[in-house]
Design a protein around this ligand. Structure first.
Ligand code: CDP
Ligand code: CDP
Length: 224
């Protein structure tokens, strides 16, 4: 079973994908974390995020992997746990520039497809249903208003004690959505056969249940 969950920033993809993976014992693959880890490496090594060749070389040189634990998973860059560092604002504000380059995407997509072969997976990102796993058994496209999405990130920051400006967050999310939607290779777009769910006024539990129902329907159709 391959489940693809796509959508713009803070639509709830990773939270819901993790819930589903936990309930069904599927492997969760966070593709955004891979683009973020490469961006962190680029920022640390002063690689220009507009330099496609240098980024492709960097993608070859570094090792990005996941370490699965009972409570979740860690993201490793050259074996070091960078799970927190990849969420910092500097990475967030540069990741879409790194991710727009075809050579970068080719490299990471190859890794993602390999990871997806292993077992039942739920994979979240921007191009999973359209490009990474076009034959996924279920494709979900999550959306929510930009105001709601900025509010969610704001609340998350406040809970973590991170300084946060709601208006700035809204601008940053809009900018990232625009770069992700307008890039040439595998842009952020709903797959024709994806089920769209507007999560603006839905709780995490609501969205999780909706997707679990969809998975059950697919399994019934397949006779599983
Ligand atoms: O969690 P959040 O929505 O902030 O972002 P993410 O899922 O961690 O993804 C970070 C960035 O990586 C996105 O804004 C995209 O630029 C890029 N990305 C992508 O291009 N393709 C994917 N499959 C996943 C992420
Ligand atoms: O992965 P993505 O960027 O799409 O979003 P996320 O990191 O899963 O969710 C962003 C924030 O919104 C988290 O703090 C979630 O707890 C929250 N959220 C919510 O309040 N209501 C939802 N229906 C989904 C997520």
């Amino acid at each position: 079973m391959k489940v693809a969950i796509d959508g713009p920033a803070a639509a709830g993809k990773s939270t819901v994908a993790k819930n589903i993976a936990k309930q069904l014992s599927y492997v969760y693959i966070d593709t955004g974390a891979m683009y973020r880890a490469l961006t962190l490496a680029a920022r640390r090594q002063n690689v220009n995020v507009q330099d496609e060749q240098a980024l492709a070389q960097l993608a070859n040189d570094v090792t990005i992997s996941f370490r699965y634990r009972e409570e979740g998973q860690d993201v490793l860059l050259n074996g070091d746990d960078v799970s927190h560092a990849i969420r910092e604002t500097d990475v967030t504000n540069h990741v879409s520039d790194v991710a727009k380059h075809p050579l970068v995407r080719q490299h990471l997509v190859a890794m993602q497809r390999e990871l997806a072969e292993e077992s039942n997976v739920v994979m979240d990102g921007r191009d999973i249903g359209t490009y990474v796993l076009p034959k996924a058994d279920l494709k979900v496209f999550l959306i929510a208003s930009v105001e709601e999405r900025a509010e969610r990130r704001h609340k998350e920051n406040q809970e973590k004690g991170i300084e946060s400006d709601l208006e700035q967050l809204k601008q940053d999310i809009k900018r990232r959505d625009q770069i992700d939607s307008e890039r040439e290779m595998a842009p952020l777009i709903k797959a024709d056969d994806a089920v769209e769910i507007d999560t603006t006024s839905l709780s995490i539990a609501d969205v999780t249940h909706k997707i679990l129902d969809l998975i059950r329907d697919v399994n019934e159709t397949k006779g599983v």
